[in-house]
Every structure is written in C-alpha cells, then in structure tokens.
Design a protein around this ligand. Sequence first.
Ligand SMILES: Nc1nc2c(ncn2[C@@H]2O[C@H](COP(=O)(O)OP(=O)(O)O)[C@@H](O)[C@H]2O)c(=O)[nH]1
Ligand SMILES: [Mg+2]
Length: 348
Amino acid sequence: MKFSIGIVGLPNVGKSTLFQALTKKQVDTSNYPFCTIDPNVGVVEVPDERLVSLASIYKPEKIVPTVIEFVDIAGLVKGAHKGEGLGNAFLANIREVTAICQVVRQFSDADVVHVNGEINPEDDRQTINLEMIYADMATLDNRLEDIEPKAKSGDKKIKQLVDIYAKAKTFLDTGELLSRADFNKDELKVISELNLLTMKPMLYILNADEADAATEKPGFLTISAKVESELAEMPLNEAMDYLKSLGLQSTGLERLIKASYELLDLITFFTAGPKEVHAWTVKRGALAPVAGGRIHSDFELKFIRAEVAKWQDVVEYGGELPAKEKGKIKIEGREYVVKDGDVIYFRI
Ligand SMILES: Nc1nc2c(ncn2[C@@H]2O[C@H](COP(=O)(O)OP(=O)(O)O)[C@@H](O)[C@H]2O)c(=O)[nH]1
Ligand SMILES: [Mg+2]
C-alpha cells in the first residue's frame, strides 16, 4: 500500500523546485514494488533515527527505510474547475493522491512572474481552495443528478444519500473545506467513497525568501524551496553549516516529510534481523495481521501470532534474543493494535 502527497499550487510558486529538491536523493525503487514510476512522481525516504539505531545492532546486509511518494502536479489556475488551463486533468491528478501539500508563494523575485500580479499567500490559498471546492460541488451535483430520480421512487437508502450529498454541498457553499465539516460515521462513509478533493488532509507550505526561511507563520510550514534545492546539492557538513547560518535546525525537506507522515496519520513498525532491518508503514490503529500483510500476504492470511518488542528495548539489550530473556518481548494475537516504534517478529 502506498501513500502519496500531491504538491499543489498556482504556477510559479516553486512546486517543481521543491519537488526536485525532495527527489534529489533517489531511493532504490526495487525495494518498493508498489511505487509508481513516473517523472512527476518522486519516492522519498522518511528519515528515522530508530532505523539507524536498530541497524547498528543487527549490522544487516540491507537497510530499507519507509517511503512516501510526492507528486508534482502542474499549476492550478483560477477557473480550473471549468477547464481553464489544463484544469480538469490537474484536478484528476489531485483526486488520486492521499493528501495535499499546498505551496503558496511568499518569495519576492521580480524575475519570476506571479500569475495574479502580486505576492499574497492568503490570496493564493483562497484561489486554490476555491477551485477544489468548485470541483467537489460539481462531483456532488453529478451524483445528485444521477440519483435524484431514483429517490423520488421512495427508496430510503437513496433518499439518505441525497440528504448526505446535500449536506456536503451546503457546507461547501460556506467556502470551507469539507474536511472541516462535522459528519457522523455513516455520513463519513458515504462521503469518503466520492474521493472528494477538499476531504483530503492538507498541509500548507509557505515558500519564503532565503532570509525568511526561519520565520514562522501559524498554519504554514515555512520553507525556502531555493535554499532546499541548494542544500540538496551540498555535502552534509556544508549543508549543516548553511542551515546554522540561516538559524535552522533541520532542512525544510525533513520537516516537510515528517509533517506529511503525521498528516497522513501513519505510524512505523520495524522488522529486524541480520539480513535486513526494514521500516514499514501502516495507518494508525492497524491490527497485527494487517501489518504483516504489508510484508507478505501470507503474513496476513496465515497469521498465528506476533512477537512484539519496543525498538528501544531491542537496541538497549542488543537484539531480539537478549530482549526476550529480559522479558521484553510480548506475544500478541490477531487483535493487537500496532504501536509506532514496534519491532515485530511475525509467526505464521
Ligand atoms: N527567489 C526564489 N525563486 C524561486 C524559489 N522557488 C522557486 N523559485 C523560482 O521560481 C520559478 C518557478 O519555480 P517552479 O518551481 O518551476 O514553480 P512551479 O510552477 O510552482 O513548479 C523558477 O525560476 C524558480 O527558480 C524561491 O524560494 N526563491
Ligand atoms: Mg512546476
């Protein structure tokens, strides 16, 4: 299973610059057969100190970090929902991603034209969000058109759908993203099936000038795409010095990747042995057999039990067996909810 983040925004806000910086360090995609091979899709490692610690214990032949996909989606312009620019194609690309990273422009560079003629991050955000709201309204209208005739025949189920779609439309009419709406469990199920754009988790990136790379703006993650593209070219020690000179602790990319991971509500578990130390991703709340299924379908189908340790214990006691001797490995069954940082040994 893969998780992808679409980089969305007006033209010339720095989306591709950011995307190229993100994908500068290519991962070995043969480790990730589920990933898409496409120039607009970049497979990016999720940095994880725990993986490094576990690897220092096992000294495995192979270390496999977990990844997320970033998709560079071409600029969305005002009127996209009516087909302006390549409107509908862009909106279709956004529909396929799990979450959205929306870039707005703060950097002031007279040589780079702003499509609206002035730098105004709030305005950028408004334009993009409105296009997605209009696109969702169109989706809901289409669905309603399909089912309203059937609702007239008195089918209760259909009537319920009509009510839920109408509720969503009324909410979108207020200009808010649907992800902010208060849906109950049944409504949520119906709405989720439509794959609406404004239901997707969203992260806002403020692409700032170099001098402002360390400033904070509530609700935004500040990054200078230009700085990031330079950092991505530098040897590590030079990059560290440069970061310090800008007053930053970590690269914008690292912060972006971590924030994306949190946005998707994902957690990481590990498998560890002398052959391979491997980080895997599941949705928070996943049960042990589902986690096993990430590795091999047999691990899900023939799941018997999981032996689970905290990564700190495996590191502290120097491996699975010593951790077991200290009573730090628990036997868990099918109902076990996987925790972030678990090291799991599946038994099938
Ligand atoms: N000064 C400055 N220029 C940038 C920054 N990010 C992007 N640019 C420039 O803006 C132009 C458009 O960037 P691009 O990434 O292609 O924008 P996109 O249309 O959103 O993909 C390019 O000339 C970039 O070099 C930045 O942070 N600072
Ligand atoms: Mg671009």
